[in-house]
Design a protein around this ligand. Structure first.
Ligand code: CP
Length: 294
């Protein structure tokens, strides 16, 4: 694996191998590369989980982290992303984790730079390591993906998590269904064909995967209030009571409490939201190891 920019880069076997490696790290396996590895984390969009989780993964693997802040870099003098990454490559950085507002920002980089690129999220495009940590969390819970029903609910159009997860889950044998405001669907596609009202799926889904409303990517003002969203599309306390035994609640976070999910459900017994964050470190360790060893 030369880079990881999209879940479409990975075969089913490659996904399963990364999940197995993540499990080994979760079980305490130690690994460090014989040579020093230098990593830089370039975040052009806000992040709490992905940035700190990559830093934790890098430190656990013994990488040297080269501090990089977009707010104090020469990007402010007009330097391009390409020249910025080429500069990091020139000074000896081996791995760059990049989050950027632009969809497919990595297309200018792949094939033109020699360091390894990990996509920490591109616009409304992909968020492959979030997908892998979600898959790891589901596998940890259910053992496999075959026959599972996963309901992805919310702002599908603007969610890179939904796009990264839907094909991977389907390839691994899960049934993926969608719910949420039709205004935020991508059009006449599989989401529309596999669409259900939340009340139709809540009793049969094994995984209820909620998505954050991505206000920062909306070009028009919201067509409903937070309260209306919660009642019509959100996981309310009443809906959670109707979920099947052994089903779980997931959300990539940050969570809009009392919008996508009721405040009291965020840490309820069925919630794996903070487990997902914990698993993010092991999954990112697995991705970084795979990249360095390739
Ligand atoms: N889930 C996720 O990507 O969170 P951050 O935006 O905080 O990194």
């Amino acid at each position: 694996m030369r880079h990881l920019v999209s879940m479409n880069d990975l075969s089913k076997n490659e996904i399963l191998t990364i999940l197995d490696q993540a499990e080994s790290f979760a079980n305490g396996e130690k690994w460090s590369f014989t040579d020093k590895v230098f990593a830089a984390n370039l975040f052009f969009e806000p992040s709490t989980r992905t940035k700190t989780s990559f830093e934790m993964a890098e430190r656990k693997l013994g990488f040297e982290i080269i501090p990089f802040e977009t707010s104090t870099s020469s990007l402010l003098k007009g330097e391009t992303l390409y020249d910025t990454v080429k500069t990091l490559e020139s000074i000896g950085v081996d791995v760059a984790v990049i989050r950027h507002t632009q969809d497919k920002y990595y297309e200018d980089l792949i094939g033109n730079v020699n360091l390894k690129i990990v996509n920490g999220g591109d616009g409304c495009g992909q968020h492959p390591t979030q997908s892998l940590l979600d898959l790891f969390t589901i596998k940890q819970e259910f053992g496999s993906f075959e026959g599972l029903k996963v309901a992805i609910i919310g702002d599908l159009q603007h969610s890179r998590v939904a796009k990264s997860n839907k094909d991977a889950l389907t390839a691994l044998g899960a049934e993926v269904i969608f719910s949420g405001p039709r205004e935020w669907f991508l059009g006449e596609n599989e989401e529309s064909q596999n669409y259900y009202e939340i009340d139709e799926v809540i009793e049969t889904a094994d995984v209820v995967m909620l998505l954050r409303i991505q206000h920062e990517r909306h070009v028009t003002k919201s067509f409903m209030t937070k309260e209306q969203y919660h009642l019509q599309y959100g996981l309310t306390v009443e809906r959670a009571k109707r979920m099947k035994n052994n089903s779980i609640i997931m959300h990539p976070a940050p969570v809009n409490r009392n919008v996508e999910i009721a405040d009291e459900l965020v840490e309820c017994e069925k919630s794996r939201i903070f487990k997902q964050m914990q698993n993010g470190v092991f999954t990112r360790m697995a991705v970084l190891r795979t990249l360095i060893e390739s």
